[in-house]
Design a protein around this ligand. Structure first.
Ligand code: ADP
Length: 329
């Protein structure tokens, strides 16, 4: 093992830099040369990269975003994209590639492995926590912290006006940010795909629950945390619906991209460091085609083909809500 490339791909997440640092420092310990591809798979196809040294990764552990930039690359999904990526890796004379990203990026890794003999290891970096094979992804807890900070502020104004507030958080079809931020901010309700089997019944129950809480004056304000894409209604449409059915003023706050930014919290820096080191150890053991993760505090290895969250991890989320005895209506 002489030369290793790192790239960050898909949505950026706080803690990606901490992972780049850990991978680089651990590789340099083993006298492996490290290059950082700039701009995800686009940069790989155009062979745009920088040398990563002790000095390059000094002081980046607390930086949000990614010093290597990230991107979505359409060409990788086209027929010849993965073959061209494999040729680029050969031209760059690397023996191994470590990709920090989400399950889309790992599909890209699998596609390259159809044409390339080197080792490819994945490191889960996405705020959504929507990857199977790891209890947490790098960036998740920072995004939850940011959402909680916002919801706390929204609560102040919701209380002042005795209002209903809908706060939409990110999650890309996955309710983990909604669940943890709702729990941590004491929100009254959570809406996420995983807990809805029949949307109209779900909304009827929600209205019923809100009306009885309002009548009983249970709290001064009601905060509903909703994961994006949970319902066929937009947050604004849901707000109109709830105003009509509860006779209460309802406001909407969409947190959006601000959840991606910021300095990573300590748990994301630690996770990134742990997984970065594990990625190099995995490369050294000549393993390939897997994502390193952490399950029950142990390093785990999941083949790229099994990293997609869809329909596999939702039971974990429901168990979590049941453990907390959270109102599922
Ligand atoms: P994430 O990695 O955060 O899930 P995306 O789903 O946008 O983000 O994927 C990131 C990139 O991975 C895409 O822009 C594309 O270049 C590559 N990719 C995604 N799916 C595939 C696929 N099926 N085959 C090859 N490359 C893919």
């Amino acid at each position: 093992m002489k030369r290793l490339a790192i790239l960050t791909s898909g949505g950026d997440a706080p803690g990606m830099n901490a992972a780049i640092r850990a991978i680089t420092l651990r590789a340099l310990q083993e006298d492996i040369e490290v290059i950082g591809v700039i701009g995800g798979y686009n940069g790989l196809l155009s062979q745009e990269y920088i040398q990563l040294t002790n000095a390059t990764v000094d002081d980046i552990i607390g930086l949000g975003g990614t010093i290597l930039k990230s991107a979505r690359c359409r060409q990788m999904k086209e027929e010849h994209g993965p073959l061209l990526a494999a040729k680029a890796l050969d031209a760059m004379d690397v023996d191994a590639l470590i990709v920090i990203g989400g399950d889309g990026s790992f599909r890209g890794c699998s596609a390259i492995l159809n044409h390339w003999q080197g080792n490819i290891i994945g490191v889960p970096g996405t705020i959504d926590n929507d990857i199977n094979g790891t209890d947490q992804t790098i960036g998740f807890w920072t995004a939850v912290d940011t959402a909680v900070e916002c919801i706390d502020k929204i609560r102040d104004t919701a209380n002042a006006f005795e209002r209903l507030f809908i706060v939409e958080v990110m999650g890309r079809d996955c309710g983990f940010i909604a669940v943890e931020s709702a729990v941590a901010s004491g929100a009254e309700h959570i809406i996420c795909k995983e807990i809805i089997s029949n949307e109209s019944e779900f909304l009827e129950n929600l209205v019923q629950g809100l009306n009885s809480a309002i009548t009983a004056h249970r709290t001064t304000s009601y905060v509903i945390v909703v994961a994006e894409n949970s319902l066929s209604k937009t947050a604004q449409e849901l707000s109109h619906y709830l105003e009509q059915h509860t006779n209460t003023d309802c406001k909407v706050a969409i947190l959006g991209y601000l959840q991606r930014g910021g300095s990573p919290v300590a748990s994301d820096r630690v996770l990134a460091t742990k997984l970065g080191v594990a990625a190099i150890n995995t490369v050294l053991s000549r393993n390939s085609g897997v994502m390193v993760g952490t399950e029950h505090d142990q390093i785990s290895y999941t083949p790229f083909s099994q990293t997609s969250y869809k329909n596999t991890s939702n039971q974990a989320l429901i168990r979590r809500l049941n453990d907390l005895n959270f109102n599922l209506s």
